[in-house]
Design a protein around this ligand. Structure first.
Ligand code: HEM
Length: 528
């Protein structure tokens, strides 16, 4: 037991108002009518047909028929928990975000971990990226850090995301394979996408098969911005470092565990929290003054690159502790809606073109996943400060807003809320000067796809490197198209010649120089 702060927080207190218990209660219909026979439907005669009149039968079956909502289009399988974020060192010099200012301040959080590719019922031990999404219920509104357990991503631009996901998901004709990247379409796409090579090194490493959700790092991936009271801007990279250290299982162990207990991670997290052994992470940031934006040999806006910790150390400012399991998986873990666009004053987006696309995607998908524009009113999604705006109506509206008017400008009042004065706070986007022609081309600063892949591969210890090689051999051995295997080996040769040769030998293909290594660029591109 590492921590006994299982006290309620403002968020869990708020949730309590929406909670009920059925203990020692008598069964009722949805209308509150007591039911005294839940075993037999109403029939015309003991052996006769059921009657349409049986509203109890109809209500029960109708509700059951509509129990399912769509699973998330990615990150469908997840496990979540409540917790608290405690600030141990002030970040007030860098950001005016209040929850990052005062030492000792505690902010309620809900965290959802996930695999990316598999369906809701797939195995926890898939070789995959893990989601690490955190909702901070701050006094200034909800702040979401929708992070992963790897510091980089597959692609540089959101326009490729549907293609990436279509390639990694089960193939459209036979829905095979579930929760695995070992198949033709994934490797075909990857072999044509050199910008994914750095991420592929992480994905083929032990990082992709964590021993426990409590033993993984979390990374914000994109560069974000911190803005302080004086308007000074720093680029920031977010990190979460598990106090238990980073641990993985071997591929062989992962296979066995999947066969015996596909809920291994979910169960481990649940049981650790139930027994009071609360998982904890150090919260760290890498801070880069705005004027240093161009001092690196990669672009800070490129999500396939990390900022090496030797160049910019990670400084620790807080602790994330998970100390309470949800009461209801569906109501909390399933219905929570994270969004990288949920930010608060003192934090802003960078122009990373992957992040920019994400800002559109999450609300859009949640409209269909949760089925109504009022999904912010679902208890787990509510902010701890009250919401006041002129939105109204829509499916499943919960709030009963009193008053006669819901528009602005407004001279008659009538109960509608008005915009705050600038001096009263609120969110103001960073005043950033932007200029340039409207173009689709990628910046030349995004073009180096292999240096950091190489850096990662070279950082592996001997056993780790061996695991990585074996992962590539296993995965690519499932690819049935020789040209795809060959093209992948050709890509690997740009990272490490001997890695490419080892993989090629096992696959029975040659290491050939790729005619056009960067096939993800338009054919007439002048970038490479
Ligand atoms: C979930 C889109 C990149 C982390 C999702 C969902 C969508 C999505 C549609 C499902 C959300 C829901 O149903 O509530 C995208 C797009 C991306 C992108 C369009 C790129 C253009 C990323 C990156 C990260 C990330 C780079 C990590 C930094 C997550 C996580 C979840 C998620 C953690 C699961 C959230 C949860 O637990 O509910 N993403 N994503 N995504 N995404 Fe992304």
């Amino acid at each position: 037991k590492t921590n006994d702060t299982n006290k309620t927080n403002r968020k869990t207190e708020q949730l309590e108002q929406h909670s009920t218990s059925n203990e020692n209660e008598k069964l009722t219909t949805d209308q509150g009518l007591k039911i005294n026979n839940n075993q037999d439907s109403l029939k015309a005669g003991e052996r006769g047909p059921s009657l349409l009149e049986d509203f109890i039968l109809r209500e029960k079956i109708t509700h059951f028929d509509h129990e399912r909502i769509p699973e998330r289009v990615v990150h469908a399988r997840g496990s979540g928990a409540h917790g608290v974020f405690t600030l141990t060192k002030s970040l007030a010099a860098y950001t005016k975000a209040k929850f990052l200012g005062e030492i000792g301040k505690e902010t309620p959080v809900f965290v959802r971990f996930s695999t990316v590719a598999g369906s809701k019922g797939s195995t926890d031990l898939a070789r995959d990226v893990r989601g690490f999404a955190i909702k901070f219920y701050t006094e200034e509104g909800n702040y979401d850090l929708v992070a992963n357990n790897m510091p980089v991503f597959f692609i540089q631009d959101a326009i490729k995301f549907p293609d990436l996901v279509h390639a990694v998901k089960p193939e459209p004709d036979n829905e095979i394979p579930q929760a695995a990247s070992a198949h033709d379409t994934f490797w075909d796409f990857i072999s044509l996408m050199p910008e994914s090579m750095h991420m592929i090194m992480w994905l083929m490493s032990d990082r992709a098969i964590p021993r426990s959700l409590r033993m993984m790092e979390g990374f914000g991936v994109h560069s974000f911005k911190f803005i302080n009271e004086e308007g000074k801007v720093h680029f920031v990279k977010f990190h979460f470092k598990p106090k238990l250290g980073v641990h993985s299982v071997s591929w062989d162990e992962a296979q066995r565990i999947s066969g015996v207990d596909s809920d291994f991670h979910k169960r481990d997290l649940w049981e650790a929290i139930e027994s009071g052994s609360y998982p904890e992470w150090d919260f760290g940031v890498q801070l880069i003054p705005e004027e240093d934006e161009h001092k690196f040999d990669f672009d800070l806006l490129d999500p396939t690159k990390l900022v090496p910790e030797e160049e910019v150390p990670v400084e620790i400012f807080g602790t994330l502790t998970l100390n309470r399991n949800p009461d209801n998986f569906f109501a909390e873990t399933e219905q929570i809606a994270f969004h990288p666009g949920h930010i608060i004053p003192g934090i802003d987006f960078s122009n990373d073109p992957l992040l920019q696309g994400r800002l559109f995607s999450y609300t859009d998908t949640q409209l269909s996943r949760l089925g109504s524009p009022n999904f912010h009113e679902i208890p787990i999604n509510r902010s701890i400060n009250t919401v006041h705006n002129n939105q109204r109506d829509g499916h499943m509206r919960q709030q009963i807003v009193k008053g006669k008017s819901s528009y602005e400008p407004n001279s008659i009042g009538g109960g509608c809320p008005f915009q705050a004065m600038m001096s009263e706070g609120g969110f103001t986007s960073q005043e950033e000067r932007v200029s340039g022609a409207k173009v689709r081309e990628r910046s030349k600063s995004f073009v180096d796809h292999y240096s950091q892949a190489k850096l990662f591969y070279n950082s592996q210890s001997e056993p780790e490197a061996k695991h990585l090689q074996n992962a590539l051999i296993f995965e690519l051995s499932k690819v049935t198209i020789p040209e795809v295997r060959e093209r992948m080996v050709g890509q690997l040769a740009y990272i490490d010649r001997s890695l490419a040769e080892k993989v090629a030998k096992k696959l029975g293909v040659q290491v050939k120089k790729l005619e056009q290594p960067n096939q993800s660029l338009p054919a007439d591109s002048n970038i490479e």
